[in-house]
Design a protein around this ligand. Structure first.
Ligand code: C2O
Length: 546
C-alpha cells in the first residue's frame, strides 16, 4: 500500500461565474478542489494550511476513519477549527472501501466552494467487479451563490429566516450553457462510440437533493458511497447532498452531443426552490460536428418534476448489495429518532428584525426535539477523551419525548425543540438500529441523514409513521444497500442498522447545510473496547485546540 502526501492551501481566489467575479475560498486556487486518487489500503496524509480569513476544517466524507476519529474533521466535534495562519495534517488509511467519496470543508458554509472528489480504486492487482471502463470521469454537482456563502448563512442566522437560495447549480463548478455567461465554460465529457465509461457522480450541493440524467443514454448503477451495488439500469438518479453514485455508460447512440443534466428534487412545499437545470455535454469524439459548430444543440433529456417523489423513491428502493451481507439480527440499542424542522417563537424582548421566519418566528430544527448546539471551547472528542466536564451531556433521548402523529398536523407546542449539546453513548460493539422518522412539523421535506465514521445498512423505508407491527416485515435482512447517507423520504421513515465498531465521537446530521445550521444533528459517543484494534488512537501533536 502507498502513502500519498498532499498540501491543501485554503485561500481566497477570484472566481468568475454568472458574469461576476467573487473572491472565493478554494483549495490550491481550484474550484472545485483537487481530486485525490488512491487505492484501497492506501494512506492519505494531507496538510491543510489555512491562508484564508475564516476558520476551516476538512472532512473526508464517508471515510470510515477506523480508530482515527481525530482525522474526521467536523469542527467542534473531532477537532477545533484550523485558525487563519495555522495548519493541521490529516492522516488516515482507506480500509475496505472502493468507489467514490469526497472531501469538503466542515466549518460554517465553506463547503459551498471547498470540496473535491476522493477516488478509491481496488488494491493493485484487484479489478472492479464490472468490466474495466475505458475512461473514468468524476462529476461533482454543486451550487453557486452570487454572494459570499458565509454572508448568506450569517444573514439567515441573524434574522432567523431561511437563507437565500443559490443562483445556479453546477457540474464540476460550472453552471453550464443554460445560464448567463456560462456557455463557453460548459464541461465537456468526451466519449468514443462503443466505449463503456465510468462516471463518478457526487452530490456536493449545499442544500439540494438532485435528479441526474443523460439524454438518450442508460445509466448502469454499480456503486454508491464507495460500496459496490448489484448493477441495475435506470435513466435517472437521485442523489441527496453527501451521496455518491458510480454508473457505467455505454456510448451506443448516434455520434452527437447529449446533455448531462441535473435539477432539484425539492419536495418541500413551503420553501422556495430553484427549478433551473445545470448541464454538461457528453460529446462523441466521432461526431461529425463538435464544439466548433455551435449551431448543433445537444440533445436535451427530460428530467422529473421537482416534486416527483415517486421517481426519487423508486430509485432508492432499487439499491441492493451485490450479495448476501451480514446484517446484525440481534439489536442492543433500538433508537427512534425524529428528524424535522420547527419554528421558535421570537424570544421575549427580541427585536422583530431577528425573527423574520414565518409569522415573526425563527427557523429551527431538531432530532427527538433537541436542537443540536456545537460546543465552542473544546471539541466533543477531546472533551470525551480527556474527561473534560461541562462540554456535553450524555442524555440524548433514545425516543422522542412524546409520541405524536409525526407526519400529520401537530400542535404548536411540538414545533419548538430545546437547544442542547447532547450525545448518545454506545458501548463498543453495540448492534444499533435507528428508525429515522421524518416529521411534518412546520414543513415536510426529505432529509439526507449522514452518519460520520460508519456505513450502515438501510433495511427499509416508507411513507407516513413507522409502525413496527406492520413495517418490520418489510426489512431487507438479505442484501440491503450499505451507505453513509440515507435519504429519509419526504413525510416518511428509514430504518438503518450498524455495529458500533469504531470508537470516537461521530456526528449524525442532515446534509442540507441549512438544516445543520438550524440544529438538525446529534452525536454518538462510541466507547473504547479492549485491545489495540478497538481503541481510539492518541491525538496527533498538531491537533488544533480552541
Ligand atoms: Cu459530508 Cu458531516 O458531512
Amino acid at each position: 500500500a502507498k502513502t500519498h502526501y498532499h498540501d491543501f492551501v485554503v485561500q481566497a481566489t477570484p472566481v468568475k461565474r454568472l458574469c461576476k467575479t467573487h473572491n472565493t475560498i478554494t483549495v490550491n486556487g481550484m474550484y472545485p478542489g483537487p481530486t485525490l486518487e488512491v487505492n484501497n489500503g492506501d494512506t492519505l496524509v494531507v496538510k491543510v494550511i489555512n491562508k484564508a480569513r475564516y476558520n476551516v476544517t476538512i472532512h473526508w466524507h464517508g471515510v470510515r476513519q477506523m480508530r482515527t476519529a481525530w482525522a474526521d474533521g467536523p469542527e467542534f466535534v473531532t477537532q477545533c477549527p484550523i485558525r487563519p495562519g495555522h495548519s493541521y495534517t490529516y492522516k488516515f488509511t482507506i480500509q475496505g472501501q472502493e468507489g467514490t467519496l469526497w472531501w469538503h470543508a466542515h466549518s460554517s458554509w465553506l463547503r459551498a466552494t471547498v470540496y473535491g472528489a476522493l477516488i478509491i480504486r481496488p488494491r493493485p492487482g484487484d479489478s472492479y467487479p464490472f468490466p474495466e471502463p475505458k475512461r473514468e470521469t468524476p462529476l461533482l454537482l454543486g451550487e453557486w451563490w452570487d454572494a459570499n456563502p458565509i454572508d448568506v448563512v450569517r444573514q439567515a442566522t441573524r434574522t432567523g429566516a431561511a437563507p437565500n437560495v443559490s443562483n445556479a447549480y453546477t457540474i464540476n463548478g460550472q453552471p453550464g450553457d443554460l445560464y448567463n455567461c456560462s456557455q463557453k465554460d460548459t464541461i465537456l465529457v468526451p466519449v468514443n462510440s462503443g466505449e463503456t465509461n465510468l462516471l463518478r457522480i457526487i452530490n456536493s450541493a449545499l442544500n439540494q437533493q438532485l435528479f441526474f440524467t443523460i439524454a438518450n443514454h442508460k445509466l448502469t448503477v454499480v456503486g454508491a458511497d464507495a460500496l459496490y451495488l448489484k448493477p441495475f439500469t435506470t435513466s435517472v438518479l437521485m442523489l441527496g447532498p453527501g451521496q455518491t453514485t458510480d454508473v457505467l455508460i455505454t456510448a451506443d447512440q448516434p455520434p452527437a452531443k447529449y446533455y448531462i443534466a441535473a435539477r432539484a428534487y425539492a419536495s418541500a412545499q413551503a420553501a422556495p426552490f430553484d427549478n433551473t437545470t445545470t448541464t454538461a455535454i457528453l460529446e462523441y469524439e466521432t461526431a461529425p460536428c463538435l464544439a466548433k459548430c455551435t449551431s448543433t444543440k445537444p440533445v436535451m433529456p427530460s428530467l422529473p418534476a421537482f416534486n416527483d417523489t415517486a421517481t426519487a423513491t423508486a430509485f432508492t428502493k432499487s439499491l441492493r448489495s451485490p450479495r448476501k451481507v451480514e446484517v446484525p439480527t440481534e439489536i442492543d440499542e433500538n433508537l427512534f429518532i425524529t428528524v424535522g424542522l420547527g419554528l421558535n417563537n421570537c424570544p421575549r424582548g427580541a427585536r422583530r428584525s431577528n425573527c423574520q421566519g414565518p409569522n415573526g418566528t425563527r427557523f429551527t430544527a431538531g432530532m427527538n426535539n433537541v436542537s443540536f448546539v456545537l460546543p465552542s471551547n473544546f471539541s466533543l472528542l477531546q472533551a470525551h477523551q480527556q474527561r473534560i466536564p461541562g462540554v456535553f451531556t450524555t442524555d440524548f433521548p433514545a425516543n422522542p419525548p412524546q409520541k405524536f402523529d409525526y407526519t400529520g398536523n401537530v400542535s404548536r407546542s411540538l414545533w419548538q425543540p430545546a437547544r442542547g449539546t447532547k450525545v448518545y453513548r454506545l458501548k463498543y460493539g453495540a448492534r444499533v438500529q435507528i428508525v429515522l422518522q421524518g416529521t411534518n412539523i412546520f414543513t415536510t421535506e426529505n432529509h439526507p441523514i449522514h452518519l460520520h465514521g460508519y456505513d450502515f445498512y438501510i433495511l427499509a423505508e416508507g411513507f407516513g409513521n413507522f409502525n413496527p407491527n406492520r413495517d418490520t416485515a418489510k426489512f431487507n435482512l438479505v442484501d440491503p444497500p450499505q451507505r453513509n447517507t440515507a435519504s429519509v423520504p419526504v413525510g416518511g421513515w428509514s430504518v438503518i442498522r450498524f455495529v458500533a465498531d469504531n470508537p470516537g465521537v461521530w456526528i449524525m446530521h442532515c446534509h442540507l447545510d441549512v438544516h445543520i445550521t438550524w440544529g438538525l444533528a446529534m452525536a454518538f459517543l462510541v466507547e473504547n473496547g479492549v485491545g489495540e484494534l478497538q481503541t481510539l488512537e492518541a491525538p496527533p501533536a498538531d491537533l488544533p485546540l480552541c
